[in-house]
Write a new protein. Structure first.
Length: 601
């Protein structure tokens, strides 16, 4: 069968996964009366909860006599490693751009990767049915972006299609009849070349995705680079230096058909395939015929910019909630993650029970932690730290490109906030609907923990997107913006009477009857210093005062943190205790005397 390999790339929330849903419906993947779940490609629990794509996924649809292999990619910058890997598998890309927002930071990132590989994007201006859509201006902005990224003449002559993925139609011209997505299918067949690779050469493919399946074990996905793969043929896996990782047989060959992987007897060069039968091969390894000695070159991956320390849970409540609590289990889980996720790196530390985990951003590391806690792990994690570089005797730090859309009235507040964080404004322009678009280059360390303050400053109406830009000379110290914290003096269950007396000291993070321990952070102080408090102190009872009087105590609702909020809230001398059902903030050293000794040092 004649086939095409394409990827769908875009900034987060510009409609990639919704478009794939509609391609499924209109190509016959679903039967006429089948009940269909929205965003079918977002199969993970966290993806469905948050409405974002985290992992790249393969699928295929048929159009006429041709099969189209499609890869749905993440739109968030933290998962950019997923985008970089899969672009080497495809021969064309569909670039989705929101008809209102236009090109955003992640659009620039994914387009730069596609253009560098020589791919010629088909541009789809999506959501043209929105009231504030400005499709023609957005096409001009896409052209300017291509120019900025040094696109060649052929790439600058891109095809434009206007669409509403939600409504299920696409047109070549805005005044055409809006029927279905046929223009997209026809554009893929006409403008994306079928893979032209050597079928007679020995079999080889590079692994771009790794997952597991019941009964089959580890599943390795990639595009066949040369030759023909057949079930039970002998193969080996080699790393990027050409060293043999393992040898074995292709026990299963799986081809993508709709949302399923179907067993096949053979696949030819150019097709995207999943294979089973190897136990040790990982992402970026070459799977090949035993006679091949040279690995397939892998796309370089942008380096991580943040690191955190993962260690065993050392709190007094350790082991009460989770099953996996030892350092060996935590280490094994992190190594498995590094095998699958090429943009995460794991390194040992001076402590035997701790590991340094490096990644692209707080969201990526937060998703890893969330997955681990759902799997039954307990662990302690440190505040994210930026990764500095040394070059010619100078200290360099990661700088991010930040694009912010806010109501006009809040623009001054945001400019002031970025000034404090050593950010440099590079662009300011009026947007539609009484909004202003601000662009900054700001140090990554100045943005850690800023998102909560940003949402407060813009009354929840602002939108901020970030993307790694470059390493630049150290920008100098950034003043601390967080107040001190309230620290528990003892262990037990917090009492309403004690909490009521503490409300005047700051904002509480706990409610009555919650279990606390010495050194646990139970609130934020009104002032900049930390304060040790007793949340276990009950009212002295007399004949005149009965315990029932406590029933009238009214407490303000405690402040509850999401995982990402807690990660960016803690300071260097604090840790986050993570268990399957609890997120607790604590001091690194629980004993107050030990904290004083460390602070003096």
């Amino acid at each position: 069968m004649d086939f095409r390999n394409i990827a769908i790339i875009a900034h987060v929330d510009h409609g990639k996964t919704t478009l794939v849903d509609q391609l499924f419906k209109q190509s016959g993947v679903y039967s006429a009366h089948q009940e269909v779940e929205e965003r079918a490609m977002d199969s993970g629990a966290i993806e469905k909860e948050r409405g974002i794509t985290i992992l790249s996924k393969c699928t295929s649809v048929s159009w006429g006599q041709r099969r189209i292999n499609i890869v749905d990619t993440p739109g968030h910058a933290d998962f950019g490693g997923e985008v970089e890997r899969i672009l080497s598998m495809v021969d064309g890309v569909l670039l989705l751009v929101d008809a209102s927002e236009g090109p955003m930071p992640q659009t620039k990132f994914v387009v730069s990767k596609a253009l560098a590989l020589g791919l010629q994007p088909i541009v789809i201006i999506n959501k043209v049915d929105k009231p504030d859509a400005r499709p023609r201006e957005v096409v001009d902005e896409v052209f300017e972006l291509f120019m900025t990224l040094d696109a060649n003449e052929e790439q600058l002559d891109f095809l434009v299609i206007y669409a509403s993925a939600k409504e299920g139609w696409a047109v070549d011209q805005l005044d055409d009849d809006k029927k279905n997505l046929s223009p997209i299918f026809e554009a893929i067949i006409a403008h994306v070349s079928p893979p032209v690779l050597d079928v007679k050469a020995p079999f080889s493919m590079i692994v771009t995705m790794l997952d597991a399946a019941p009964y089959l074990g580890r599943i390795l996905t990639g595009r066949v680079q040369s030759g023909i793969a057949r079930v039970n043929m002998p193969i080996k896996a080699i790393d990027l230096e050409g060293r043999v990782v393992e040898s074995g047989k292709l026990t299963k060959l799986l081809s993508y058909q709709g949302l399923d992987r179907k067993p096949v007897d053979q696949v030819v060069a150019g097709d995207i395939v999943a294979i089973a039968g190897l136990k040790d091969a990982i992402v970026a390894n070459t799977i090949c015929d035993p006679m091949i000695t040279e690995p397939i070159a892998a796309q370089p991956i942008d380096p991580p910019t943040l690191s955190m320390t993962f260690s065993v849970n050392s709190s007094p409540l350790s082991g009460q909630d989770g099953k996996s609590v030892t350092s060996s289990l935590i280490g094994e889980r992190l190594q498995k993650e590094a095998e699958r996720n090429v943009s995460i790196r794991i390194a040992p530390t001076a402590q035997d029970d701790a590991f340094e985990v490096s990644g692209r951003g707080e969201l990526q590391l937060g998703i890893l932690i969330e997955n681990m806690r759902r799997e039954g792990f307990e662990l302690s994690v440190s505040k994210p730290q930026v990764l500095f570089k040394e070059q010619d005797g100078k200290k360099l730090e990661p700088i991010e490109e930040v694009v912010i859309d806010v109501d006009d009235e809040y623009a001054g507040t945001i400019i002031e906030a970025f000034g404090v964080r050593k950010g440099e404004m590079v662009d300011m322009r009026n947007s539609t609907g009484g909004k202003t678009r601000l662009s900054f280059l700001a140090p990554s360390r100045g943005l850690i923990g800023y998102h909560n303050q940003f949402m407060t400053e813009t009354r929840g109406t602002g939108m901020m997107t970030r993307l790694f830009h470059s390493y630049q000379p150290f920008k100098g110290p950034i003043p601390k913006t967080r107040n001190g914290v309230l620290i528990s003096l003892g262990q037990g269950k917090a009492l309403a009477y004690a909490l009521a007396n503490l409300e005047s000291r700051g904002i509480l993070f706990i409610g009555p009857s919650e279990t606390i321990y010495e050194g646990m952070i139970i609130g934020e102080h009104n002032r900049t210093n930390d304060l040790e408090v007793n949340a276990l102190k009950g009212k002295q009872l007399t004949n005149m005062r009965a315990a029932s009087k406590d029933d009238g105590i009214k407490l303000a609702p405690p402040r509850r943190f999401t995982l990402e909020e807690a990660l960016t809230y803690i300071e260097d001398d604090e840790l986050l205790e993570i268990t399957p059902h609890h997120i607790r903030l604590r001091k690194r050293h629980l004993n107050p005397h030990e904290r004083k000794r460390k602070s003096r040092k």
